[in-house]
Design a protein. Structure first.
Length: 381
């Protein structure tokens, strides 16, 4: 690496994204694939991930907010984009103008979209998110008839185009759980009730990553995977499904030095050198997304070897023990915090009692993102 390289970075492999999208498409059978690029593409970079996914065969993109959708449009991405979680005062006028499909979860949301469509003189494309048992976002059973009644009126007036009906599963990572079948049945009911209101969706979709990979019977017209596109298994205890993790979190060794036997290392001296040793300073800390509770419990990979972190993780740095440093680790060497091989984000998740979704969302602040892979070299970024 040259001196201009960042001290701490995430390297995102766009070939891995493309590979994972193809794996998902295989599992989806004939269904289309919408790749979810919310939260800046699960912290992998929404725009490059979206381009790589579309080039690999994804048909549509899913995001949370209108602002996220507009960012993709501003980058010149013209694929269908669905945005499904917004307050009623979101900039729906901008969304309608940019041809963003809006997911609504209440009469209030639909009224807000109606106002935007009338104000801009543009037909709004609306998708209804129905709550089938997650009890989070989505139209409640109580409000569903009212939403459909208003939707029917707006469709008749051509203020709104009704594109799709969708829902989200609560326990998809437990593929045999009866709650999944309960939600499927409620989803089928919701589709039937829409038809009774004279509303025929162009498509319906339900499956996230876990359902796409383990419940092909729930693919409907389109699947809606997120985490699996980034190469992490939504059901780690079953299989990795041949997915390739796209993110590597790494830093360059900032300093190598000896520590005498009996010397304490890092704040609080929680680790005391049991013998004379050599340590390496890794310039990544909790401000960069290395969770402080991991102190003394993780290892970093330098070359082919794993070196244990010793002492506390600080805001900007952590220390690893090189022992006799027989491999000659030097300042500037790359230390992998997590990536496709070892250490793996799942390991951090296990140590922290969380899920790898949160681990890949953690690198931030000073961390610089860089892209590798064919898609990046072709200027697709
Ligand atoms: C985040 C999200 C997804 C993707 O979930 P994964 O578990 O990452 O596949 C799909 N649909 C909705 C509504 C979501 O919020």
């Amino acid at each position: 690496m040259s001196s201009a390289d960042p001290q701490v970075e995430t390297v995102v492999d766009l070939d891995a994204i493309a590979h994972n999208v193809r794996v998902l498409a295989d599992h989806a059978g004939g269904a289309a694939v919408m790749v979810v690029v919310k939260a800046d593409g699960y912290n992998h970079g929404a725009v490059p991930v979206a381009r790589a996914a579309l080039a690999a065969g994804a048909a549509e993109l899913g995001v949370t907010t209108v602002a996220e959708a507009l960012q993709l449009r501003a980058a010149g991405i013209d694929a269908p984009i669905l945005s499904w979680l917004n307050t009623s005062d979101a900039d729906y006028a901008a969304a309608v103008t940019a041809d963003i499909e809006i997911g609504v979860s209440s009469v209030a949301h639909l009224r807000a979209v109606e106002r935007a469509a009338r104000a801009t003189g543009t037909t709004a494309t609306v998708t209804v998110k129905v709550d089938t048992g997650l009890n989070r976002n989505g139209v409640s059973g109580a409000e569903y008839p009212q939403v459909l009644g208003l939707l029917r009126q707006l469709v008749d007036e051509r203020v709104v185009r009704f594109r799709a009906l969708f829902s989200h599963l609560a326990r998809a990572d437990e593929p045999q759980h009866p709650a999944i079948d309960m939600q499927r049945d409620r989803f089928l009911d919701a589709i039937a009730v829409a038809k009774e209101h004279g509303l025929e969706p162009e498509l319906v979709h339900l499956a996230n990553s876990a359902a796409t990979l383990t419940r092909p019977d729930l693919a409907f017209d389109m699947v809606r995977p997120g985490i699996a596109a980034y190469g992490l298994s939504p059901v780690p205890e079953i299989s990795d499904f041949g997915l390739r993790p796209a993110m590597t979190f790494q830093a360059r060794v900032a300093l190598v030095k000896p520590v005498a036997e009996g010397e304490g290392v890092s704040y609080g001296h929680e680790w005391v050198a049991p013998r004379a040793t050599t340590v390496a300073l890794i310039p990544a800390g909790y401000a960069d997304g290395v969770f402080r509770p991991l102190g003394g419990r993780i290892a970093v990979r330098i070359g082919d070897r794993l070196y244990p972190n010793v002492g506390r993780v600080c805001m900007d740095q952590l220390v690893v023990d090189l022992g006799d440093n027989t491999d000659g680790v030097r300042e500037g060497d790359t230390a992998v915090l997590f990536g496709p091989g070892r250490p793996h984000p799942q390991h951090w998740a296990d140590l922290l009692g969380t899920i790898h979704y949160e681990i890949v969302c953690s690198p931030r602040g000073r961390v610089v993102r860089r892209y590798v892979g064919d898609v990046a070299r072709q200027g697709g970024v």
